[in-house]
Write a new protein. Structure first.
Length: 604
């Protein structure tokens, strides 16, 4: 039980999950289809049920009336046959024949046979239903000469004679093959003892047998029945077929309650009586025959055939459901398209916002709920643009302040060293060098200040670096030489952050040449590589540990050592983001190399 409960819960959750994942358009369509299907289906089912009940009630009443009339008709025909037999026994020819039977006189047999021909023919003429008549006597059998008697079969050796002993007052025998006359037709027989009105002289061995063809009985039972889709059968109290024509059952009549109630003389209940046979249901009515109480007339009609008239209603209902479903699909598509069009428009605007198109505006001539959401979207976008503008302004100011701070950090260190060198040379009386250094320092400051600009041209940056070289060569006479190579003159107009090369050159002089007094060399090459301004600075100093230097460049160092390279890389990142790169390489004892890739921007 718990397993089924768990499975049911999981199934509901799975269905609910799928329902929540589908679009609103699909939900509306699904809801419309379910609503229309349920409403039309319920209406069709209710209408079908009412119509079926009405048809079944009418069919049962009609069948009951037809069964009653059929029983009356059959009883009337059987009574007529019985009256014909009585009339036969009242004829003079019959009386004379009975006198010879009583006296066992056989000499007049053919005379009596001839005399009875008119009586027999009259009986058969008055009752066309009669197939043949046989008068069985000890002196011989009397019958119409138009019939051919089967001489090999004696009545006294037949089953009819045995049944007459059990029912001496006369009886109706169920359908059988006629063995008394040639042709072996199936007949229903009426057997009665012959009566002779001679006082005190009962005749016990004279019998009158009247045969009625089964097909005649079947015609009486089913006159007009086929048109109504009904079949009528004649059975006895044991459920055996009295007339086997059209008998649909394998063996006896299958519904014992019908036999039991009919055998007790009960009339069919006016309510529906349905019985199952062969996988189908049948409406059954029944009544007993008044002439032969052991016979039961039963009317039977298939429920499927009975309700076949409603198939048109079913088809029409199905057609209506299909038509309404198609109409629902079309209307829901149109309706959802109209209803969801503003939402789709708003969704498209949001996707444009995802692509950083912040200038989108939602416009609508409606003032419904969706339009209100769109107007709220416009107000939200206006506030977002205002916030973004404020953030950009603050970030720009912050970045400029940070760049200025980083740039300012590069100047004092060099200034202290240069002023100390000028002081030393002044004390030593080397006034020419002092004058050159002061002039170079003045030019450096002029370029470095650059009117408050953060970006200067490559030409100015190289001029600033040459002034620095001039000062350093005065400080460290004969220590190094340098070269500057620019592959394209047009590159000199490219803008780049000021004081970006001097710290690299300073590292080469202060650290790369710290263990020598002459022979140093610094080469600077400027070119274009993959659309970027490429600056390469190499020296032949004592080299460096590239891995350690790269680790120091990744984060701000705790001491002043390595701070220059971190400062340059940080400023490049603030200016250009990922577009600019800086790589440092080298090995101990083999010099060092610094490569800068900067997006080229020309002065406007």
């Amino acid at each position: 039980m718990n397993t089924f409960t768990t499975y049911g819960r999981q199934l509901r959750q799975r269905i609910a999950g799928r329902y929540y994942r589908i679009s609103i358009k699909q939900r509306i369509l699904f809801s419309f289809i379910v609503l229309i299907t349920l409403s039309i289906g319920a209406m069709g089912t209710f209408s079908y049920w009412i119509a079926a009940q009405e048809i079944e009630d009418n069919a049962y009443a009609g069948s009951r009336e037809t069964v009653s009339k059929t029983a009356q008709l059959l009883d009337s025909r059987l009574n007529d046959v019985s009256l014909s037999v009585q009339s036969l026994m009242l004829s003079d020819a019959y009386r004379k024949m009975m006198l010879d039977v009583f006296s066992h006189e056989v000499s007049n047999y053919y005379v009596h046979l001839s005399d009875l021909q008119y009586v027999l023919s009259q009986a058969m003429f008055n009752q066309p239903i009669i197939e043949s008549v046989l008068i069985v006597t000890p002196i011989g059998d009397f019958y119409p000469t138009t019939q051919i008697r089967a001489q090999d079969n004696s009545f006294y050796g037949s089953e009819l004679y045995d049944l007459s002993k059990e029912q001496p007052g006369g009886y109706w025998a169920k359908g059988h093959y006629d063995r008394l006359f040639t042709g072996s037709q199936r007949v229903v027989s009426f057997v009665v003892r012959g009566i002779y009105e001679y006082p005190y002289t009962p005749i016990s061995n004279v019998f009158i047998v009247v045969n009625i063809r089964e097909s005649r009985i079947d015609e009486l039972l089913n006159t007009g029945g086929e048109q109504a889709g009904r079949n009528y059968y004649l059975v006895n109290g044991e459920g055996e077929a009295v007339v086997e024509s059209r008998w649909p059952f394998r063996g006896r009549f299958p519904w014992k309650p019908v036999l039991a109630e009919a055998g007790k003389g009960k009339v069919a209940n006016p309510q529906d009586h349905y019985y199952s046979y062969g996988g189908k249901e049948y409406l059954v009515n029944y009544t007993s025959s008044a002439v032969s109480p052991d016979w039961i007339i039963s009317g039977m009609q298939s429920r499927d055939q009975l309700l076949g008239k409603l198939q048109r209603v079913q088809r029409i209902t199905l057609y209506v459901i299909v038509i309404f479903l198609l109409a629902t699909w079309l209307i829901s598509n149109k309706l959802t398209s109209v209803l969801l069009k503003p939402l789709f428009k708003l969704r498209r605007l949001m996707r444009r916002v995802e692509e950083n198109q912040l200038s989108v505006v939602y416009e609508s001539r409606y003032e419904d709920e969706i339009a209100q959401v769109g107007f709220q979207f416009n107000r939200m976008m206006s506030e977002i643009k205002t916030l973004i503008a404020d953030v950009k302004t603050k970030e720009k100011d912050k970045r400029h302040a940070e760049i200025r701070a980083l740039t300012a950090q590069m100047e004092p260190h060099f200034l202290y060293n240069t002023l100390n060198t000028i002081y030393c040379k002044s004390v030593m009386g080397e006034n020419d060098d002092v004058n050159e250094m002061i002039l170079s320092l003045s030019q450096m400051f002029q370029i470095g200040l650059s009117g408050g600009k953060d970006l200067i041209t490559l030409a100015d940056e190289l001029s600033h670096m040459r002034q620095y070289f001039a000062i350093q060569q005065r400080c460290y006479e004969g220590l190094f030489e340098y070269t500057v190579t620019v592959e394209e003159e047009a590159l000199l107009s490219c803008l780049l952050p000021k004081i970006i090369l001097q710290p690299v050159v300073e590292n080469s002089i202060q650290h790369g040449f710290s263990d020598r007094t002459l022979g140093g060399r610094i080469d600077i090459r400027v070119g274009r590589e993959q659309g970027l301004l490429h600056i390469c600075i190499t020296d032949n100093g004592r080299g460096l540990d590239a891995v350690q230097v790269k680790q120091g460049m990744a984060a701000a160092p705790q001491s002043k050592k390595g701070y220059a390279l971190f400062n340059i890389r940080h400023r490049l990142a603030l200016y250009y983001g990922d577009e600019a790169r800086m790589e440092v390489s080298g090995e101990p004892g083999k010099g060092s190399r610094t490569d800068l890739w900067i997006p080229p921007r020309e002065e406007s």
